[in-house]
Design a protein around this ligand. Structure first.
Ligand SMILES: NC(=O)c1ccc[n+]([C@@H]2O[C@H](COP(=O)([O-])OP(=O)(O)OC[C@H]3O[C@@H](n4cnc5c(N)ncnc54)[C@H](OP(=O)(O)O)[C@@H]3O)[C@@H](O)[C@H]2O)c1
Length: 318
């Protein structure tokens, strides 16, 4: 099916559809993503998000290869896990993702988090690196060293676009000063409890596209203070005005603000409904942005998730 979903022209020259499909879903996702991706392709999705961590690359790649949608029409992002940050581990990690996807190239390879952990091997079992005290051993690998190895993947034709995820403005500033190929995308958490206005403005000014993860605030997940996005009165009121669902309003709020959104669902009716694009009045966009202004709350707080007390993420608290 052809949709009217707009695209963003990336600084790498490729087009990123602004409504994509996320494939992170915990332990059941590897089994659900094959069928869900087939539904998504049929519904018109051409932008898919995965990561080595999610264990969904294999199912996603299989569903895409078996479909009648030409490979060239699909944009797939996958990500480098932080146990692979040493420059000599970057290419083998990328090759492992290519092998799981069974693709000749990756559309976008992204640095998943701006920190490096001890390497223990290339299998899924090797990337859970908490020790007996539940601590993670961080290692000292400068971001630019990992990035240079990622630049080489573009030069060698394994990857078309490189990006980052969970980067703050100071981290982007530093990378932009040192890199040869600038990041095309920064994938970060954005929803009404975390509108990320400053980061959005900064990235626009530097020609870096944003992709919003957890664009619905991951309803159903224990949210640690994130508003109930689908029950928020402002969102409900705007949904009624447009005759759309709260989820469709949240996704199109993101598109109207100029970034891509990658909602995850394994429910066919939701997958189909989530890709409906429509324009929203600037006043309605602003009303949703105002909900979480000045009181940011995350579902994916690295300090909480990884148990790392790290100054690197102090910017995330702002
Ligand atoms: N770069 C990173 O560090 C990072 C971190 C987190 C996530 N991500 C990416 O972003 C993607 C999306 O984020 P997310 O999965 O955290 O959260 P999300 O997309 O905000 O929320 C997913 C949840 O919303 C439900 N949902 C989806 N459509 C719905 C609808 N129309 N009505 C009601 N509920 C609906 C899904 O349920 P069902 O599946 O049961 O339908 C699922 O429980 C991930 O899959 C992953 O690809 C990246």
């Amino acid at each position: 099916m052809v949709t009217n979903v707009p695209t963003i022209k990336l600084n790498s020259g490729y087009d990123l559809p602004m409504i994509g499909y996320g494939t992170f879903g915990g332990k059941d996702a590897p089994h659900q993503v094959y069928d869900a991706t087939k539904v998504a392709l049929e519904a018109g999705y051409r932008h898919f998000d995965t990561a080595f961590l999610y264990e969904t690359e294999e199912a996603l790649g299989k569903a895409i290869r078996e479909s009648n949608v030409p490979r060239e029409e699909v944009f797939v992002t996958t990500k480098l896990w932080q146990t692979f940050h040493k420059p000599e581990h970057v290419r083998p990690a990328c090759e492992k993702s290519l092998e799981l996807l069974q693709f000749d190239y990756i559309d976008q390879y992204m640095m998943h988090w701006p920190m490096a952990w001890e390497f223990r091997g290339y299998e899924f079992k090797d990337i859970k690196v908490k020790d007996e005290n539940n601590d993670i051993k961080c290692i000292d690998v400068p971001i630019i060293d990992t990035w240079k190895a990622m630049e080489q993947l573009v030069k060698d034709g394994l990857v078309r676009t490189i990006g980052v995820s969970n980067f703050t403005i100071p981290m982007l500033e530093d990378l932009l000063r040192k890199c040869e190929i600038p990041p095309a995308v920064n994938q970060v958490e954005i929803h009404p409890s975390l509108p990320q206005e400053e980061l959005l403005e900064y990235c626009k000014s530097k020609g870096i596209a944003l992709t919003a993860y957890s664009p619905l605030g991951n309803p159903g997940y224990s949210q640690g203070g994130v508003i109930k996005t689908l029950e928020e009165p402002v969102v409900l009121q705007i949904a009624e005005k447009y005759g759309k669902t709260p989820v469709q309003i949240l996704l199109n709020w993101g598109v109207a603000r100029g970034y891509a959104v990658i909602p995850k669902s394994v429910t066919p009716s939701r997958i189909k409904a989530n890709i409906e694009y429509f324009k929203m009045d600037p006043a309605d966009v602003e009303a949703i942005t105002a909900i979480g202004r000045g009181k940011p709350v995350r579902t994916c707080d690295p300090v909480v998730m990884f148990g790392i007390s790290n100054d690197v993420f102090s910017e995330h608290k702002k």
